[in-house]
Write a protein that binds this ligand. Structure first.
Ligand code: ZN
Length: 312
């Protein structure tokens, strides 16, 4: 991995589709994942192992994982809310699982119906399950601290609470923690403060990823702030679709296309072919004709002659 490498993790098929009423047909999801991987996106969170009655939009996650695993080199990720979800994710053979732990206990109860203590016990049980697998079959296990920058239900979340949860997740057996701005409350200075504090608590290599929403238009500014403080993986969704059905007012993720353009223009290596990435929108738009796709760069087009003379 080159020094300047930044990983873009596409979460649209999970975070995006779970917030849209319309169910995208499996064939369209497969085409989306294939096209985006072909455009060079290295990691895709293809779904969530939740009961279909809760999120019918993601009921075909196991089938989509099976398809995604046939794509050479792609890191196939999935979200899991609990032990049962983890069992299904392991059965499906994903490379990475993320369990969301909401820093706001009110949100945790609404989202997964569990307190912090119950969630940490669940994390321990999942870690035990993973450790029973042969070493080469173990997925990377991330504890994603959601509502880390504030909650629409509880408001401000104290840094000490985040640090306690981060360290509890690591002690319970996670390989790393991630920070999620589920509600779009993050600002650049808050990002710097929290990233530094959490890295200080769990160690530099155990916090590498950030999951940002663009609710207040600060998504990319937050990315730039995080880049300067050692964050190397950013979640984003194609066309900026997404949100959280249980956090009222939370809107979509940062736009993959804009993120890829910004990183490229800053001289970071992402492996993404921008023109090929922009074309993936056609697949998503065709399958979701009623959804508005966002993205400044794909709308405006790349600057004339880009990249020659533009990268500084
Ligand atoms: Zn999200």
């Amino acid at each position: 991995m080159t020094k300047n490498y930044i990983k873009i993790s596409e979460v649209g098929p999970r975070d995006g589709l779970q917030s849209i009423k319309q169910v995208m047909p499996l064939e369209a999801k497969k085409a989306w994942v294939s096209a985006e991987a072909a455009a060079g996106v290295p990691e895709i969170e293809v779904g969530s192992f939740v009961p279909p009655r809760i999120l019918p939009q993601l009921a075909d996650t196991a089938e989509l994982v099976a398809h995604a695993l046939t794509i050479p080199g792609l890191i196939v990720a999935a979200l899991i809310p609990n032990l049962k979800g983890a069992e299904n994710a392991l059965k499906a053979g994903v490379h990475k699982i993320t369990i969301p732990l909401s820093a706001s206990e009110t949100h945790s109860l609404k989202n997964v119906n569990r307190t912090h203590t119950q969630m940490i016990t669940e994390v321990k049980n999942i870690a035990a399950l993973i450790n029973n697998l042969p070493k080469d079959k173990r997925p990377k296990f991330e504890g994603g601290i959601s509502t880390a920058f504030g909650c629409t239900l509880e408001g401000k979340i104290e840094t000490d609470k985040i640090l306690a949860l981060a360290s509890a997740l690591m002690d319970a057996g996670c390989d790393e923690v991630g920070l999620s701005d589920t509600t779009g409350y993050a600002t650049p200075r808050h990002v710097v403060k929290l990233v530094k504090a959490v890295k200080g608590e769990v160690g530099n290599e155990h916090l590498t990823g950030l999951h940002i929403h663009n609710t207040r238009g600060l998504g990319l500014a937050n990315v730039v702030a995080a880049l300067d403080h050692g964050i190397t993986t950013f979640d984003a969704s194609l066309g900026g679709i997404g949100g959280c059905p249980f956090a009222p007012g939370a809107s979509g993720n940062i736009v993959t296309e804009d993120l890829a353009f910004m990183l490229d223009s800053m001289g970071y290596k992402t492996g993404v072919d921008l023109d090929a990435l922009f074309k993936v929108r056609e697949i998503v738009q065709e399958a979701l004709p009623d959804e508005e796709l966002y993205g400044f760069t794909p709308d405006a087009g790349l600057p004339k002659g880009y990249p020659i003379g533009y990268k500084v």
